[in-house]
Design a protein around this ligand. Structure first.
Ligand code: BTN
Length: 264
């Protein structure tokens, strides 16, 4: 039997939000929800953009983000912080935690985890990712466009062309998901987590992080733009950088890169 197609309903989402002052734009099709919100940098009020489809969806490290019509969540959020740009690395982790918190309401297995810095994964397959773009002044305001992609109703049998191993909520739970309920819960959680991060920084999230940290204790390779590092993951530091114990026994922190668990 064919899936129903429940489209995104702006009125329903607006009604379900705890904060009624958030501006929401919903598009049938757009190049990238992140790029759209970048035209509102400098605006003090928070703003959400959601699309049914993206024609130029962007992932981390200049990858594309596959964004077919009506299947998934493509959402961006504009948020201005009174925090220094040096703390922004933690933001990506906090967003991943807000996503996990939201997804857990679908009774997902415990093994839905976060792979530093931004991948929500299940059985080594990607369920969600986030891309944060910033406009910041040193020692001043930091305006973030936070882009979230969640694989919701895509099915393996539909033959989607995605280069990385992926999974969707539908594939995990077996149920068609109404994205409106998920979007409303996601936006509400997002603002709870953003406000808490703005007030307290990353330190209040480290316990929560350690419970869902996919890489903790694993031997990994970290690929940067020019180099490749091998070592054992020892969690994150106060800024949200990845702590790796190198072969020589030295503990070093890394702010970016692509991680892969080494085969035993
Ligand atoms: C990643 O894991 O590589 C990050 C993926 C981020 C995708 C989202 S979809 C909504 C927003 N708009 C974009 O163009 N990208 C982000």
């Amino acid at each position: 039997m064919q899936d129903p197609l429940i489209l995104i309903n702006k009125q329903y989402i607006k009604k379900s939000l705890a904060d009624k002052d958030i501006n929401i734009d919903v598009f049938e099709s757009i190049d990238s929800t992140n790029d759209y919100l970048k035209s509102f940098y400098n605006s003090a009020s928070p703003r959400i953009c959601i699309a049914e489809q993206q024609t130029k969806g962007k992932g981390r490290l200049h990858r594309d983000w596959y964004s077919p019509f009506g299947k998934n969540i493509y959402l961006s959020c504009l948020y201005s912080f009174q925090r220094d740009v040096s703390e922004a690395a933690g933001l990506s982790l906090v967003i991943s935690l807000a996503i996990i918190k939201t997804l857990k309401t679908y009774n997902l297995p415990k093994s839905v985890l976060v792979k530093w810095p931004n991948d929500v994964i299940y059985q080594a397959k990607k369920l969600s990712g986030n891309l944060i773009e910033l406009q910041a002044e040193f020692h001043g305001t930091c305006c973030a466009v936070i882009g979230i992609g969640i694989n919701v109703n895509m099915l393996f049998s539909e033959n989607h062309q995605i280069s990385q191993p992926w999974i969707s909520l539908r594939e995990i739970t077996g149920d068609y998901i109404d994205r409106n309920l998920l979007l409303a819960a996601l936006i509400n959680n997002l603002f709870i987590y953003l406000k808490r991060f703005e007030k307290n920084g990353l330190s209040v999230f480290t316990d929560e992080w350690s419970k869902v940290d996919y890489l903790a204790g694993q031997n990994i390779t970290l690929k940067g733009v020019t180099n490749k590092i091998v070592g054992t993951v020892k969690g994150i530091d106060q800024q949200g950088h990845l702590l790796i114990k190198l072969k020589e026994g030295i503990l070093r922190s890394f702010s970016s890169g692509d991680t892969e668990i080494m085969k035993k």
